[in-house]
Design a protein around this ligand. Structure first.
Ligand SMILES: [Zn+2]
Ligand SMILES: [Zn+2]
Length: 180
């Protein structure tokens, strides 16, 4: 069974009881729009779980190292993430609404058979923090739209032609202006 699924039966027996936990576990790639992020190593969770009577409060941090493609030149980029993690797991819909309000309860997580599954909550937290347009570097020149050459590595001929055409047009305009 996944290490993200945690038995909370002891916690449920005693109000205000707490339990720290460190979890290292793998999860499938994350997809954000057209961007796909694969995990280079297991996700690390360092959390404290607490029985807050209306549910189990999970608080701590999540760390992950992912790999994706630069959104301009498509070379591989690694993304380090470290974020605060906080989520409540309630016994059911009614408790979720009381604790979080009607709207928030729509996305609530539940305690099932005295266990909580941290995986969907962790994945959601990571997705919300992913870079929307990851880059290999801020100065990435991207790919030539005509021949596909990675312009960070070398220039291609079509780029030069394109510039020449523009320069010629500009020259023509300037010449016309001068003549008028
Ligand atoms: Zn790039
Ligand atoms: Zn080109």
């Amino acid at each position: 069974m996944s290490r993200f699924v945690v038995d909370v039966s002891d916690l449920l027996k005693m109000s205000a009881s707490q339990k720290p936990l460190r979890i290292l576990e793998n999860t499938g790639p994350l997809v954000l729009g057209e961007q796909r992020f694969s995990f280079l190593k297991p996700v690390e969770l360092n959390i404290v779980m607490e029985n807050i009577r209306s549910g189990i409060l999970v608080k701590g941090s999540a760390a992950a190292e992912l790999e994706t493609e630069c959104s301009r030149c498509l070379t591989s980029v690694s993304v380090q993430m470290e974020l605060d993690f906080e989520e409540v797991f309630t016994a059911g819909r009614k408790q979720a609404e009381e604790l979080l309000g009607k709207e928030e309860a729509e996305e609530a997580y539940f305690i099932r058979n005295e266990t909580i599954d941290l995986e969907p909550a962790v994945r959601q937290a990571l997705i919300l923090s992913l870079p929307i347009r990851p880059l290999c570097s801020e100065a990435c020149k991207g790919l030539c739209p005509y021949c596909g050459q990675n312009l960070n590595i070398k220039k291609c001929d079509c780029k030069i032609e394109e510039i020449d055409v523009r320069m010629e047009k500009l020259k023509k305009l300037l010449d016309e202006k001068e003549n008028n």
